[in-house]
Design a protein around this ligand. Structure first.
Ligand code: CUA
Length: 316
């Protein structure tokens, strides 16, 4: 069991929390079982072949063994496994039913731009965090502005490429609440490995409450938002790349930061979300995520960095 100890956790395909992931895990176990049986048979035959004296076999039986064991049996076994492996594909690739929740995800270098379309309202835009209601089908529409990424939440579903100039789709239904980790599964540049995200599966009520909150802008007069950090944020040019709804900051190059303080991580899973980590990120982006687009603001005085970090942390 020790060798399986690393197979659990929030990013495990072997602890499925979605219908699609369940199908895939089942295929994995059957394929593994098939592989183990074949391996044992091959090893047994090898031991047998090494130990018997050469004259024990006549020509005819040897031919049967080679044709049967070398061609017929592998053809049957591989055909069965292939058919079994392909059988769930139509189900895995089927779109979500009409009217299901639709989430648009764009793979950026190196983070995830998330957009929820809300009928009759402004879409909700955030980054590196997806929340879903348990038991409801959801359809992801995936694309990328420049390079190919691959969207993968192993606990919930299979992976699918995000291809520039094309929209790919992935439907899934989470089956239990929890926090799951997703990752980019296609090499997409220097910081490919620093491009993860979290999927939080809630009850319907908690999900609706969260979505409604994400729709609200930050309230400028809110006492929990320190004025100094807000001023610095606007004066330092952060708003050219980032949006904070409810303030003049409306850039769209980088992640929307309206409710950044409510997310589980910053820098697409690179750091935990707290003032200390935010300060580190702002001051030394390149050290946290090599070749990231966002310039470091290490030239700002420490108190200013602190004020900025506290401001962002307060954007719950
Ligand atoms: Cu995005 Cu690898």
């Amino acid at each position: 069991m020790l060798i399986l100890a690393g197979c659990g956790g929030p990013q495990s395909a072997l602890e499925p929390a979605g219908h699609a992931a369940q199908d895939i895990a089942e295929i994995f176990w059957w394929m593994t079982a098939g592989g183990v049986v074949i391996w044992i048979a091959v090893i047994a035959l090898t031991i047998y072949a090494v130990r018997i004296p050469p004259e024990a076999h006549n020509q005819r039986r040897t031919s049967y063994l080679i044709i049967g064991g070398g061609a017929v049996v592998p053809t049957i076994v591989l055909t069965v496994l292939l058919v079994y492996g392909l059988a769930p594909l139509p189900h895995l690739l089927a779109p979500a039913p009409e009217g299901s929740l639709r989430i648009f995800v764009s793979g950026e270098q190196w983070w995830w731009r998330i957009r929820y379309e809300v009928p009759g309202k402004e879409p909700v835009v955030l980054a590196n965090e997806i929340r879903l209601p348990v038991g409801e089908p959801v359809e992801f529409r995936l694309d990328s502005p420049d390079v190919i990424h691959s969207f993968w939440v192993p606990s919930l579903a299979g992976k699918i490429d995000m291809i520039p100039g094309r929209t790919t789709r992935l439907a899934l239904t989470p089956t239990r609440p929890g926090v799951f980790r997703g990752a980019c599964a296609e090499y997409c540049g220097t910081s490919h490995a620093l491009m993860s995200f979290y999927v939080i599966v809630h009850t319907r009520e908690d999900f609706s409450r969260w979505l409604a909150h994400q729709q609200t802008p930050v309230i400028p007069s809110d006492a929990v938002v320190p004025a100094r950090g807000r001023e610095l944020f606007l004066a330092s040019g952060c708003g050219a790349c980032h949006t904070v709804r409810g303030t003049p900051a409306n850039g769209v190059i980088g992640p929307d930061l309206t409710h950044v303080g409510s997310r589980l991580s910053i820098g697409a899973g690179s750091l935990p979300n707290n003032a200390e980590a935010l300060l580190r990120w702002i001051a030394r982006t390149e050290h946290v995520k090599p070749e990231v687009l966002m310039p470091a603001f290490g030239m700002l005085p420490h108190e200013d960095l602190q004020a900025l970090a506290i401001y962002l942390e307060g954007l719950k």
